[in-house]
Design a protein around this ligand. Structure first.
Ligand SMILES: NC(=O)c1ccc[n+]([C@@H]2O[C@H](COP(=O)([O-])OP(=O)(O)OC[C@H]3O[C@@H](n4cnc5c(N)ncnc54)[C@H](OP(=O)(O)O)[C@@H]3O)[C@@H](O)[C@H]2O)c1
Length: 312
């Protein structure tokens, strides 16, 4: 990057007029705030959502709040691999300057669930869906001058390791571990994608962000999107010492999307113990960037999705 370093203001990010960004799961939670903050910065935002009603509510909430904002939505169900090509074909733009791979599910309890193709649901939604989505989006990303693929990871990935012989958690399903592994799979994919894009001399880059700990109860209300009860807020005030609201959880991904100093293969997260605060650059744990694991995961993901991102 050229020029003087940017002093990043999370409340007033750099202007992004003229750019177009797709946010998966932009209808709720952290994704909603990513969409709102990017729209505030002037980007045209496209919300990818499995619920047309929720997506319409998010568009309405942002346009009511951000004067002159350009917000659209496309249908997107990441668990349904067969639907993704058709979803992408509904993009009303020639190029995408960024996609934020934010949508995700975390199941709390057994039993283990599967999608229609028999893939474990969290691995399928969080990792395989986004892996295939990146494949279908490649022509739009390559049409932009310097597009970014921003993957939303998690601190839950720190303590997990991928079991390449049991990526679908068939042998040892535990919801918490399987969720952590699905987030680790996303991050491992994103670091491997960075290596592949660099090797290919691509104009696109892959960046990783994570939100720290972000609770609905600490999140400011947004009509039609999120209400917060007074008692819920009061009860969770002690948590505020450690974690934050989803508005702040959006900051690292927004910085990873807009800051001109951000580079491919970087990991951005909150500065206070990696759980809350302003976004800063983190050193990824070695198991996230391990190249043989990244290659093996890529091969397995290609076999499971029958697509291969950025390979024609
Ligand atoms: N909150 C945290 O503390 C935390 C910590 C670490 C990482 N993260 C990560 O941050 C991201 C956002 O988390 P969050 O707390 O904002 O979660 P959230 O409030 O539950 O929102 C998740 C979003 O993903 C969407 N989604 C779920 N399944 C989908 C599917 N099959 N297709 C398309 N969209 C789907 C949801 O849509 P619906 O509204 O239709 O369900 C919703 O928009 C996730 O990737 C999560 O793993 C969160």
């Amino acid at each position: 990057m050229q020029g003087a370093p940017v002093a990043w203001n999370v409340h007033k990010p750099l202007r992004a007029d003229g750019t177009t960004v797709l946010v998966t799961g932009g209808n709720a939670g952290i994704g909603y705030f990513i969409a709102e903050q990017l729209a505030t910065a002037g980007a045209t935002v496209i919300i990818g959502s499995r619920s047309p009603a929720k997506a319409a509510a998010a568009v309405e909430a942002i346009t009511a709040r951000v004067r002159g904002s350009q917000v659209q939505h496309i249908p997107l169900d990441l668990t349904d691999l067969a639907s993704l090509r058709a979803s992408v074909s509904q993009l009303d733009t020639d190029a995408l300057d960024a996609v934020v791979l934010n949508a995700g599910i975390a199941l709390d309890e057994p039993p283990r669930k599967q999608n229609r193709r028999g893939h474990e649901l969290m691995f399928a939604t969080n990792h395989l869906g986004h892996f295939a989505l990146v494949h279908w989006l490649a022509p739009w990303l390559e049409a932009a001058p310097a597009a970014r693929i921003v993957t939303m990871g998690s601190f839950a990935a720190r303590s997990e390791r991928l079991d390449l012989d049991d990526l679908q958690s068939v042998r040892d399903y535990d919801p918490k571990r399987t969720y952590g592994r699905s987030k680790l799979a996303q991050m491992t994919f994103a670091f491997e994608l960075d290596r592949r894009l660099r090797a290919a001399g691509s104009t696109c880059m892959s960046v990783i962000a994570h939100p720290g700990g972000a609770l609905d109860a600490l999140t400011p209300p947004r009509p039609g999107i999120h209400q917060r009860s007074g008692s819920q807020h009061f009860l969770t005030l002690p948590a505020k010492l450690l974690v934050q609201g989803k508005d702040a959880g959006a900051w690292p991904a927004v910085r990873a999307t807009l800051d001109p100093e951000v580079q491919g293969g970087q990991l951005w997260g909150p500065s206070r113990l990696g759980l809350s605060g302003k976004p800063h650059l983190e050193t990824p744990h070695p198991h996230m960037t391990d190249q043989p694991t990244g290659q093996a995961l890529w091969t397995a993901s290609t076999q499971l999705t029958r697509v291969d991102p950025f390979t024609s």
